[in-house]
Ligand binder design. Structure first.
Ligand code: BT5
Length: 256
């Protein structure tokens, strides 16, 4: 039971002990008609997913593994904006609770002390030119000891407990994030822009001003990240001084 400050987002919360992936469950429920704002949250995921089929390690009882069902009236091509709204909401919410320097690594990572504390996975179901539903998955490492993570994850991951040196209430974090999310998301649906979210994403960015490696299918280029567009795309300046937009592909920020 959580008392939420948000109204629409979290109006229904389904809590599971153990499921494969809250995104999978949310997609199933959305396809069966679940309302916007419905939240699926699990104590443990046995098949947590990252982007491009990667695995998201989701141990029992110590993390926030949750998904939000959205039904925005937008073009399918705008779905990536939801990731930016969510990143802004998570970073703002976490800052309020732990008062730490929480950063955003474009497009979908939340960083504390140069390590990943949260990942975001936005999935879209669309028909022709309209969005059927969007599921946004949020995974936050809260109270685990990172030594329990598998070796390859331990090197890049952290938890809130590891950063602040104490256990933090997952309920309070969920509450704060949903509150921020509702404000930023309704600003988007109402004003048809994500200005507020982009402002936050820029302010807390650990990517802008840095050298980034852009990994595409077969090549990897080095460039400087210079700005975010008002749609939340990354602008980079390549080595010949040409400014380009990065839509997808992999961006890794050097030194993080
Ligand atoms: C992400 O993918 O960062 C998106 C993660 C989304 C997880 C949530 S949890 C609730 C919902 N249900 C799901 O099934 N998923 C969502 P990506 O940018 O592709 O990063 C994945 C990479 O992060 C992996 O390949 C690992 O290197 C690393 N990783 C895996 N588990 C991690 C963890 N717990 N903390 C930090 N890094 C992790």
């Amino acid at each position: 039971e959580i008392e939420l400050a948000s109204k629409n987002i979290g109006s229904k919360i389904y809590h599971f002990e153990s499921i494969d992936s809250t995104n999978n469950m949310a997609k199933k429920m959305a396809s069966e008609g679940a309302a916007e704002g419905t939240i699926i949250i699990a104590e443990e995921q046995t098949g947590g997913r990252g982007r491009l089929g990667r695995t998201w390690v989701s141990p029992k009882g110590t993390g926030i593994w949750m998904s939000i069902i959205l039904r925005p009236n937008i073009a399918p091509t705008e779905a990536a904006k939801i990731t930016q709204i969510t990143a802004a909401a998570v970073a703002s919410g976490l800052r309020k609770i732990i008062g730490e320097d929480v950063g955003i690594k474009w497009p979908n990572d939340i960083i504390i002390h140069r390590k990943k504390v949260c990942g975001i996975l936005t999935e879209l179901s669309a028909e022709l030119n309209s969005v059927n539903y969007i599921v946004v998955g949020i995974g936050i490492n809260v109270n685990m000891d990172t030594k329990d993570f598998p070796e390859e994850v331990r090197r890049i991951a952290t938890s809130i407990k590891a950063c602040v040196g104490r256990t933090v209430s997952r309920k309070n974090i969920v509450k704060e994030i949903l509150h921020s999310f509702e404000e930023l998301y309704s600003d988007f649906t109402y004003n048809k822009n994500i200005k507020k979210s982009i402002e936050i994403c820029k302010k807390y960015s650990v990517t802008l001003g840095k050298e980034v490696k852009i990994k595409n299918k077969e090549k990897e280029v080095v460039a400087k990240a210079i700005d975010l567009t008002e749609d939340g795309q990354l602008l980079i300046k390549n080595q010949s001084g040409v400014i380009e937009k990065v839509f997808s592909g992999e961006v890794s920020v050097r030194g993080i």
